[in-house]
Structure formats: C-alpha cells, structure tokens
Design a protein around this ligand. Structure first.
Ligand SMILES: [Cu+2]
Length: 146
C-alpha cells in the first residue's frame, strides 16, 4: 500500500468512527431511568431539567395526575438557544418556552389525565436536523396518584 492509500484508509476509518459515534448519540426519548418526582411540602411536584446540546437531563419524569408540577428549566449551554415544548391541551398543558443559553426559568401546570407525553426542542438551523432529531427529547409519564 502506498503512503497516499494508507492515509486515505486512515481517514475513512476516522469518518466511520465519527458516524458510529453520532448514531449512538441518537437515543430514543426516555432512554434514561425514570425519575419519580416527589410531592413537596407545598403540594407541588418540583423537578429540575437541565438543557444541553442536545439533551434534557433527566429525560424521563414520572408525576401524579391532578397535582401541580413545577419544572425548573436550566440551560447550561454557552451559545446555543434551546426551547421546551410540552403540549397536550386535553391533558392540561400547553407549554412552549424558549430557554436561552445559560438561562433558567420555571413552568407550572397541573396534569389532568394519565398518559405518556413527549417534551422536546424544535430548534433547528436551516438544512440541519432539528434538535429533537439530534436526541433532544424526553418523556413525561403521568400516573394515577401513588
Ligand atoms: Cu434545542
């Protein structure tokens, strides 16, 4: 093998590693362990979600129906803006909030029916995959009181 062929195959190898790496990054919503949100002394279910590029942590929350939920959304990015969409009017929430780089904000709602709902970021650059497609989504499971 000549030196040129050798470096070409090395480059192809690296490209393959990068592709495999990005495929592994695309995990389904709620791939993490479910986090059961406790009911605070104030009767509110408080949880914090960290936004990064391109993840929510945790990405699987479990709450009880009929009790208020307060989510603290904290972005740890330096530049990239993200958002948080969680919408199902019949289930008690219509949330669409921009969370700019480094910012924290709170959203509050009371889930009115059991089910599993997706939260996700729909930001995208022209011609690029959306943040959701890059893995930025999570699962909210609303259960009967437990
Ligand atoms: Cu995003």
């Amino acid at each position: 093998m000549t030196r040129v062929q050798s470096s070409l195959s090395a480059a192809a190898c690296c490209l393959g590693a990068v592709l495999v790496g990005s495929l592994i990054h695309l995990s389904p919503a709620g791939a993490g362990e479910p986090v059961v949100v406790p009911v605070g002394a104030d009767g509110v279910q408080h949880a914090t979600i960290t936004l990064d590029s391109y993840t929510y942590t945790p990405d699987y929350l479990v709450v009880q129906v009929g009790k208020p939920v307060e989510l603290t959304l904290t972005s740890v990015t330096v530049i990239t803006p993200h958002n948080f969409l969680l919408t199902d009017p019949a289930a008690g929430f219509t949330i669409r909030e921009d969370v700019r780089a480094g910012k924290t904000l709170k959203v509050r709602f009371t889930p009115t029916q059991p089910g599993t709902f997706l939260y996700y970021c729909d930001k995208k650059l022209l011609f690029m995959a959306s943040h959701q497609e890059k893995g930025m989504e999570g699962r909210l499971e609303v259960r009967q009181p437990f």
